[in-house]
Design a protein around this ligand. Structure first.
Ligand SMILES: Nc1ncnc2c1ncn2[C@@H]1O[C@H](COP(=O)(O)OP(=O)(O)OP(=O)(O)O)[C@@H](O)[C@H]1O
Ligand SMILES: [Mg+2]
Length: 407
């Protein structure tokens, strides 16, 4: 896998049971987030943005697809594989009964079908094992790292130093055994009121992750909490207060502090500003941007309109009803929006220009009028370097022409 890629989401599906039917909240989406970039995920309410974020932090067992973080598979859905397995088994049975009736020799075909069933069985087993053990394997690596760090120190130390060093070593081993790869992904939640426990002080809210990680050193925890408060623009005096004593913007800062104390590599910021006053929105965006540079973070930034992510994101994916309909570099997307839904979203952005605003027309998106998928369904295609659109063959040719005409 490409070293540059931190998060890789592959054919992710997240379906929810709703009564007798099924809601495809996220329906076969693929994207990857490169180290150090801000990746914007945009779409209207209910299109599956939060569900995507929650699937990445493993709040759900994903229906199918794979999620890789730093090359390690952290989530794997087995539904598609299990369905394929059932289909393959059924086909094998049909083949056998047909052969029995017709008296034909199908030994070779049966052997092939058995090999395919075995392959699928192994894949399902591997997916289940990765879901269960990815954190355990990460902890084992951490333990190995701690051992490698301490063993030369222990051989070289004097007798007086040995006691303290051994204590430190034991503590580091204990903490390492509780490390989880998924701690490296933290989410800032959409609703700063609902996501903070009203009965906990700010200190306890921010420190919770460290305590779960097994850290017991109170002095270290307090130091870290104060450091985080400082990083997010709050002060140590705030640590004894409760969430309801803060404004919306301050609560979001607490949410950010709670995330960064875990030293994450990837932050999923789920509409962190949509519940805030316009004047505070820019402050929080700037804060996330500063932290991103200071802590070398990668950000998956979720928003429901393009204007928010325009200046902040390196690449943007546009989602509509559980599917990614367009994905491109931020500049490219604004210069050459191709999918009618992206064009509709762009037409909704107001500009501070009264003459333009008087003439601005919103383009509505009506999927049934915009596409004719009766003969050929759409799939995700690369129109030009790094610019992908969900389209069928006819649309592909049209989009290519449009890009070439503009080039
Ligand atoms: N736990 C759940 N159980 C059942 N349905 C769910 C669940 N979570 C989300 N959904 C449904 O999945 C769809 C996508 O929801 P999601 O919260 O991901 O949308 P969103 O894009 O984040 O929207 P918003 O911009 O309003 O936050 C919605 O129709 C929602 O009702
Ligand atoms: Mg949401």
């Amino acid at each position: 896998m490409n070293d540059d890629i931190l998060l890789n989401v592959e054919n992710l599906c997240q379906y929810f049971k709703s009564g007798s039917s099924e809601l495809k909240a996220v329906d076969n989406i693929s994207f990857s987030v490169r180290k150090g970039e801000v990746f914007g995920l945009v779409g209207e309410s209910g299109c599956g943005k939060t569900t995507t974020g929650r699937s990445v932090i493993r709040l759900y067992n994903i229906t199918s697809g794979n999620i890789y973080f730093k090359g390690t598979r952290i989530a794997a859905g087995t539904r598609a594989l299990e369905e394929e397995y059932k289909r393959a088994r059924l086909e094998r049975e049909h083949m056998l009964s047909r052969a029995r009736k017709e008296g034909t020799d199908v030994t070779d075909c049966v052997r092939k079908a058995d090999a395919e069933l075995e392959r699928l069985h192994e894949e399902i087993k591997a997916a289940k094992a990765d879901n269960k053990h990815c954190n355990k394997q990460y902890a084992e690596e951490e333990i190995r790292r701690v051992r490698q760090y301490f063993s030369p120190l222990l051989t070289a130390c004097t007798e007086e130093e040995r006691d303290t060093l051994e204590k430190k070593y034991k503590e580091a081993l204990r903490v390492a055994s509780k490390e989880r790869i998924t701690n490296k992904i933290q989410m800032i939640f959409q609703d700063p009121i609902a996501s903070l426990n009203p009965r906990m002080t700010v200190r306890d809210i921010i420190a919770e992750g460290l305590i779960i990680k097994g850290i017991r050193d109170k002095k270290y925890i307090d130091e870290q909490v104060y450091k985080m408060l400082d990083l997010v623009g709050l002060s140590p005096e705030h640590s004894g207060r409760y969430p309801h004593e803060f404004s919306g913007g301050q609560r979001q800062r607490i949410g950010i502090a709670r995330a960064i104390i875990m030293q994450p590599e990837l932050i999923i910021a789920d509409e962190p500003i949509s519940a805030l006053d316009v004047s505070i929105q820019a402050q929080i965006i700037n804060l996330i941007n500063d932290l991103r540079n200071e802590l070398e973070l990668t950000v998956l930034f979720i928003a429901h309109d393009l204007s928010v992510v325009k200046y902040f994101s390196d690449r943007i994916a546009v989602m509509y009803y559980g599917k990614i309909v367009e994905l491109a570099g931020s500049d490219e997307l604004f210069r050459h929006p191709l999918h009618p839904y992206t064009r509709s979203l762009l037409s909704a952005i107001p500009l501070p220009d009264p003459v333009y605003e008087k003439k601005r027309k919103r383009i509505p998106y009506k999927p049934l009028l915009a596409h004719d998928y009766s003969t050929e369904p759409p799939c995700f295609r690369e129109i030009c370097d790094g610019h992908f659109v969900l389209c069928n063959g006819a649309e592909y040719s049209e989009y290519r022409k449009r890009i070439e005409g503009k080039a």
